[in-house]
Design a binder for this molecule. Structure first.
Ligand SMILES: [Cu+2]
Length: 216
């Protein structure tokens, strides 16, 4: 339910970007012009353009303009909206959260989504310049705050993975420490979260953790 509401809100916000997105997203033009069936079924022929613009917003334009664009549908499947040329993938989660991933991160995401070992062979970099709507700092598969899962809403950030997650052990895990921290430490999906702006104020709803329960 919460997801549905965020998606709808996200669509309303994105509607405002549609015109600019249509003009910029040149590869989408032929589709947009002939896409009357899209118009009829998904509330506007511009919907792909809006999704593309949303996905692209996660990284600097110098990266996202030539990235492959995908959306993750509600059933967790990946749907390509536009082919790219620079090896980067910009995508949106079902709740609209955008991210841009390099090749290593794409391997990582494949592992995470399919709950198998991520095949990370080199250092990997990713952008989430729109932040996220919230995630557990300890449980890779939590979808809502719980008293013990260190729920954290992140502002704009970049993310780093390395082949050997033990290398991340030297870094803190506290999202509020003012600098980089490790999310999902101790799991095979551990990665560095590196804020590029002030962390947002954390929601104070029951179960959300403004401060991690962990001892200093
Ligand atoms: Cu992130």
């Amino acid at each position: 339910m919460r997801k549905t509401i965020t998606v709808v809100a996200g669509l309303l916000i994105m509607a405002g970007w549609t015109v600019a997105a249509q003009e910029k997203a040149k590869p989408e033009e032929p589709k947009a012009k002939s896409g009357h069936e899209t118009m009829a079924t998904s509330g506007g022929g511009s919907s792909d353009a809006a999704k593309i613009a949303r996905a692209m917003s996660a990284a600097p334009p110098s990266i996202s303009k030539n990235a492959t664009i995908m959306e993750m549908t509600a059933d967790g499947k990946m749907k390509q909206l536009r082919a790219g040329t620079n090896g980067w993938l910009c995508m949106t989660e079902p709740n609209g959260t955008p991210m841009c991933l390099d090749k290593e991160w794409q391997n990582w995401a494949d592992g995470w989504i399919n709950k198998k070992d991520p095949e990370v062979k080199n250092l990997g970099l990713a952008y989430m310049l729109k932040g996220d709507k919230g995630a557990s700092n300890t449980d890779p598969y939590a979808d809502k705050p719980a008293p013990d899962n260190q729920w954290v809403v992140s502002g704009p950030h970049v993310m780093v993975i390395v082949p050997d997650t033990a290398q991340l052990d030297v870094l803190p895990t506290d999202p509020q420490n003012g600098g980089p921290w490790v999310m999902w430490k101790g799991t095979k999906y551990a990665h560095i979260m590196m804020p590029t702006a002030q962390m947002p104020k954390q929601p104070t709803a029951k179960g959300s953790a403004a401060k991690p329960a962990e001892k200093k």
